[in-house]
Design a protein around this ligand. Structure first.
Ligand code: HEC
Length: 276
């Protein structure tokens, strides 16, 4: 009888375990973040080429320049792009004098040669874009405890980076009634914890005026700046693609040649009847 009881208890445990194993996780402990979190919207990027496949496609130089303008006029108040040098901007189609002028607009930390005191000097094309804050502590002190990351590599550092950046900066909205947003944070369903410390950076259409006549809408700003940040993260994207396409073409041609020579080398042997 005791044995039967023990068997029964064991059976209950095993069944409970099996039940737990086959239940979906959300049914056991509902995760409100998962329920509200949204995946980034898929955008057709010019640098991904036909079909958005990412095989062909080049950066649109005009779009890169517009994206740089959006970065400079809005994002650079809080975010650095410290891995990019001013002279790298030549890839965006800026001329040497234009790059010089852009670099000159930035103050670079330096040492006064006469006194040895820390000071600043005007930027040179060979300088990197300066940090916005001296270090993480200064950044957090200025940003209510949050850290605005350096954006040089952000499109590589986040899954589906370019789409994510576009969705994140255009995706602010009112929180649903069942979601609490602490003071100083903003509801954004694309951010991993839904409450982001970055204030909505794109306030309104017309916030940035483009010189090339492109209409300034929030969506356009987001597309342009995300394209620019794709370039900062992978400036050699175009070279990588053309090398890749050339390599695949080469391999295809070599496969064709290999097949033809195989046919030729074996032609005599295959034609003979097997009557030796
Ligand atoms: C007023 C300051 C400020 C401005 C302006 C600003 N940001 Fe931010 N940004 C922040 C802060 C602070 C964070 C950190 C947020 C957090 O960790 O909650 C952040 C985070 C981010 C992130 C990372 C999100 C993640 O997944 O960790 C991206 C991407 C980003 N910002 C892009 C931009 C872009 C693009 C612009 C310009 C259009 C911009 N930001 C303008 C303050 C700013």
């Amino acid at each position: 009888m005791v044995r039967l009881g023990a068997l029964g208890v064991g059976l209950v445990f095993v069944l409970a375990l099996l039940w737990g194993a086959v239940q979906p996780r959300d049914a056991v402990t509902p995760d409100p973040v998962r329920a509200l979190h949204l995946a980034p919207t898929e955008i057709e990027w010019s640098y991904r080429g036909p079909g958005n496949l990412g095989i062909f496609g080049t950066f649109d130089r005009g779009q890169l320049q517009r994206g740089f303008q959006v970065y400079k006029e809005i994002c650079s108040a809080c975010h650095s792009i410290h891995r990019v040098a001013f002279r790298d901007l030549a890839a965006l189609g800026f001329s040497a004098p234009e790059i010089k002028a852009i670099a000159k607009g930035y103050d670079i930390p330096s040492i006064d040669e006469k006194t040895g005191e820390p000071t600043t000097r005007k930027g040179l094309p060979s300088d990197k874009f300066p940090l916005v804050y001296a270090n993480e502590i200064a950044a957090r002190a200025a940003q209510n405890g949050a850290l605005p990351p350096d954006l040089s590599l952000i499109t590589k550092a986040r899954e589906d980076g370019p789409n994510y950046v576009h969705s994140l900066i255009t995706g602010y909205r009112d929180a649903p009634a069942n979601w609490k947003v602490p003071d100083g944070l903003y509801y954004n369903p694309y951010f991993r914890s839904l409450n982001v410390a970055m204030p909505p950076p794109l306030a309104a259409d017309g916030q940035v005026t483009y010189a090339d006549g492109t209409k300034g809408t929030k969506d356009q700003y987001a597309r342009d700046v995300a394209t620019f940040l794709t370039w900062t993260a992978e400036p050699k994207l175009e070279a990588r693609k053309s090398t890749g396409v050339a390599a695949v073409l080469f391999l295809l041609i070599m496969t064709g040649l290999g097949y033809l020579s195989y046919k030729r080398v074996w032609a005599d042997i295959k034609r003979k009847p097997a009557s030796i």
